[in-house]
Write a protein that binds this ligand. Structure first.
Ligand code: ADE
Length: 423
């Protein structure tokens, strides 16, 4: 291991060897990123670009950072959540891959924001965000940097919602590519990634048996759908709560029970919030929950469960095992909150598996290339990922899986493009 002279703030550089081994393990399941990395190596499309990323510091993110660096970018990384950092990965990024990394698992809010400022100090040309904290901090506190920025990318639903709100307010000062809106991102990462990793996180934290449990899922977006699918696969009975009538209907016809949270709280054994909004589980809900209910969040921010209310209702609180906090309510019931209400799949497990992050991060890498190539030609708004990139990612993923698909004949193509032939 080299003795790094680059700037960094990580837990312990001695963890670097373990980190390298884990990063290489993830790479085995990231063939699309690997291909992009090889192409970047040859063409250096990001030469001269300084890129500040605020992402979960995981083995998969490490492979993305290595790819961007292979493309010629100077890369700086901060954590996008205080509890999701894999400390060995952060150490490896600094010691082995020479990537200035600022991330310590368990960091408090003050350090979290100091780390965002540390990557902004690099005067980036591109921001790469997961949740829009980096973009928001830059717009609120570091406006002097705006001149040097050519664009940014956003990884997650919550971040895209924030950025669209900024654009609507006329506050957004540079173009953003919404990676989350690529089909090869949300249809797979949000559904199968969140589905599997949320169950993984809750299982690692509690070792509960899912079979026969009433699992209440708040929010039936792609993430909620994925968790419902996987929890049902384990034999749980699914209750969905929603505010959107179409999604509620979809959940009903997918075979789930749909009801209000006020009703669901009396029945649920395990509650999982994935809405992107605040106070989904609030005082009135804790009041009617069963003794022993388990409460977890898998949405981006820790606002979905009103923890302050839970604290106020409790006579005592203690950690009963890693990631499990027991709240002993005044009336004698106990409610178990997982991972301080932070996203359970990254706080208590390892986030989405590499195979699915392969596609999300392929979109990220190609979006960074798109921004660089477009220079100042992208308009200042939130852009979707162009279908050419989306299709290319799907094509490469299928290829890596050894799957071939059909192509239309000329006749079929003509038929699809004509309106004359009917009955
Ligand atoms: N978001 C969800 N899972 C992730 C992972 N494994 N790495 C980075 N970001 C993620």
């Amino acid at each position: 291991m080299v003795n790094p002279t680059i700037e960094h703030d990580v837990k312990d550089l001695a963890l670097a060897d373990e980190g390298v081994s884990r990063i290489e393990w993830a790479a085995r399941e990231m063939p699309v990123i690997k291909l992009i990395q090889e192409q970047f190596e040859r063409e250096k499309p990001l030469r001269g670009v300084r890129l500040a990323a605020c992402l979960h510091v995981t083995t998969e993110t490490a492979n993305l950072m290595i790819t961007l660096q292979a493309g010629g970018a100077e890369v700086f990384l901060a954590a996008s959540n205080p509890l999701s950092t894999q400390d060995s990965v952060a150490a490896a990024l600094v010691a082995r891959y020479n990537i200035p990394t600022f991330a310590v698992r368990g960091e408090d809010d003050a350090l979290y924001y100091r780390h965002l400022h540390a990557v902004l100090d690099a005067k980036p040309n591109i921001t790469m965000d997961d949740g829009a904290d980096l973009v928001a901090t830059l717009h609120k506190e570091r406006r002097d940097l705006l001149d040097g920025i050519i664009g940014g990318t956003e990884e997650t639903t919550t971040g895209v919602i924030r950025l669209r709100a900024m654009a609507k307010d006329g506050a957004l000062a540079y173009p953003i590519v919404a990676v989350n809106e690529a089909q090869t991102k949300h249809l797979f990462d949000n559904r199968y990634g969140t589905g599997q990793s949320t169950i993984d996180g809750i299982t690692r934290a509690t070792n509960v048996l899912w079979a026969g449990k009433n699992v209440v899922i708040a929010g039936y977006g792609w993430c909620g759908k994925g968790v419902a699918l996987r929890a049902r696969g384990h034999g749980a009975k699914i209750i969905v709560t929603e505010v959107d009538p179409i999604r509620a209907l979809e959940a009903t016809m997918d075979g789930h029970h749909v009801m209000t949270m006020d009703e669901a709280t009396r029945l649920g054994d395990i509650f999982i919030t994935l809405t992107g909004d605040r106070d989904i589980l609030d005082r009135q809900h804790f009041e009617t929950m069963k003794d022993g209910a388990i409460v977890a969040n898998s949405g981006h921010f820790n606002v979905e469960i009103n923890i302050a209310a839970l604290k106020e209702m409790s006579e005592s609180q203690r950690t009963v095992r890693d990631s499990v906090e027991e709240y002993h309510l005044m009336d004698g019931r106990k409610i178990f909150l997982l991972a301080e209400g932070r996203l359970i799949n990254l706080a208590a497990a390892e986030g989405h598996p590499a195979s699915v992050m392969d596609m999300s991060f392929a979109n990220q890498a190609l979006a960074a290339e798109l921004i660089t190539r477009s220079q100042d030609k992208l308009t200042i708004e939130v852009h979707t990922v162009p279908p050419e990139i989306d299709n290319e990612v799907a094509r490469l993923k299928l290829k890596s899986m050894g799957i071939e698909i059909d192509t239309l004949t000329e006749e079929q193509e003509r038929y699809l493009n004509s309106w004359e032939v009917g009955t």
